[in-house]
Design a protein around this ligand. Structure first.
Ligand SMILES: Cc1cc2nc3c(=O)[nH]c(=O)nc-3n(C[C@H](O)[C@H](O)[C@H](O)COP(=O)(O)O)c2cc1C
Length: 176
């Protein structure tokens, strides 16, 4: 586990994984990191669906996503063949559901980096999970009643590296 500031500085998206699976302890630690995230009014409404990389439901999501986007023969699937994907859903009627899920997914991402693992936050399947097959996928992914997809994260051992992104304090920060 690294110092939190070092972990934030080092983290970047991983778009290539080895075939090594996560251990049960690693997976549990990552899930707890998501559940330990703050939520508005401590509602704790964010739900995590744990999906192994070889679960056929991921291929079904991939197919719908590609059909919607007119993509043929993509070089990778949406989770870059990671051994596990965590899919975060939240109560659709709760005002802060999306924000809470975003905070939880970043907690998981930083935990992964701190544990020496790679991760990729995934938004590109939102239309596939919110369209005609919304109920089908909600059932397949065991979302609680009234819940909708918010965000997902692929996690695994890094097979590729990438530098952290550039940023500009000048462009993005105002002192008022
Ligand atoms: C809300 C959100 C959705 C994202 N969705 C995707 C995605 O669907 N596919 C993907 O390859 N990367 C996705 N990313 C990763 C971003 O592209 C990435 O964080 C950004 O390019 C900055 O790079 P870094 O994470 O390496 O710092 C997403 C990131 C966020 C925060």
């Amino acid at each position: 586990m690294g110092d939190v500031l070092q972990v934030i500085e080092k983290r970047s998206s991983t778009r290539g994984y080895t075939e090594q699976k996560l251990s049960g302890e690693e997976l549990e630690r990552l899930i707890l990191a998501g559940l330990q995230a703050p939520t508005a009014a401590n509602r704790q409404e964010v739900h995590i669906s744990v999906v192994e990389g070889d679960n056929p439901v991921l291929q079904e999501i991939e197919t719908v996503k590609n059909e919607e986007r007119g993509i043929q023969n993509p070089p990778h699937n949406f989770y870059f063949e990671a051994p596990v994907v965590l899919i975060l859903s939240a109560d659709e009627s709760f005002y802060w559901g999306a924000v809470d899920a975003g905070i939880a997914v970043e907690n998981i991402s930083l935990a992964a980096e701190g544990m020496g693992l790679g991760s990729l936050i995934i938004g590109c399947i939102k239309d596939a999970l919110s369209g005609e097959k919304k109920e089908y996928f909600a059932n397949a992914l065991k979302f609680p009643e009234g819940y909708a997809y918010q965000i997902a994260i692929a996690i695994g051992h890094k097979a590729v590296g990438k530098k952290p992104h550039e940023y500009s304090v000048e462009r993005n920060v105002s002192y008022v």
